[in-house]
Write a protein of this length. Structure first.
Length: 231
């Protein structure tokens, strides 16, 4: 007689414990996965900041203008750039000036003086279009450079010019008792008793360049203010 097969019976207590452990195991596994993800985020390298690919590399150039037309040329360039389609090729535009304190008849007056007369500094991306725009402005004679090629300024040169404009210290210039073209008499030095005409005045150094007639030719001679007198 064949043995009667017995159905396998799982105790109810065991079933309940297994059901309780299964969800707990899933929670532990999920927490471990999240911990691994956070660790991976910390060790991952930070993304480098995106550079503006549309920004053109600009340099500083020098424009030569007609004497006394610096500010007018600057205004005209600003207007032309604003109305053009290549405004992104231009940056700052500067007429180099500094404040100077002068003593006249015992009174101190502060004036603004161009320390590079007939020159303008312009920050720009040099292209055929930008070159033609600037070169076509009335009052502009040329870019400073070798031959027909504009020469950009070196960084130390730009820093020196901008630094001179920003400095707070003012230069005090003494009253100048002479004028250009004035006839004077030399009262001291090897050219004593000679007469001449003032050709240049350097107020900061207190020097004059005087054209003295020697053997029928005008010869430039540098003299101190105290070496000459008015005629």
């Amino acid at each position: 007689m064949a043995e009667k097969e017995k159905d396998e019976v799982i105790p109810e207590e065991t079933t309940e414990k297994t059901a309780e452990k299964a969800p707990a195991a899933e929670v532990v596994k999920l927490a471990a996965d999240k911990k691994s993800e956070k660790a991976a985020e910390k060790t991952a390298p930070e993304a480098a900041p995106e550079e503006d690919e549309n920004k053109l590399p600009m340099k500083w150039f020098v424009i030569h203008t007609y004497s006394g037309h610096e500010n007018k040329v600057k205004d005209n360039i600003t207007k032309m750039v604003a109305g053009s389609t290549i405004g992104d090729q231009f940056g700052r535009l500067i007429v180099p000036t500094e404040e100077v304190a002068e003593m006249k008849k015992g009174k101190k007056t502060v004036t603004t003086r161009k320390f590079f007369p007939s020159y303008i500094l312009i920050e720009m991306f040099m292209s055929d279009e930008s070159w033609h725009l600037v070169n076509g402005i009335p009052g502009v004679t040329s870019f400073v450079g070798t031959g027909q090629k504009p020469q950009p300024l070196l960084k130390p040169e730009v820093e020196r010019i901008l630094g001179r404009m920003d400095r707070d210290k003012q230069t005090v210039i003494p009253e100048i008792p002479f004028t250009l073209g004035e006839h004077i008499r030399i009262k001291d030095g090897p050219f004593s008793d000679f007469t001449g005409v003032i050709d240049d005045i350097n107020a900061e150094r207190g020097k004059l360049r005087v054209l003295v007639s020697i053997f029928g030719r005008d010869t430039p001679v540098e003299l101190d203010f105290l070496q000459v007198e008015n005629i």
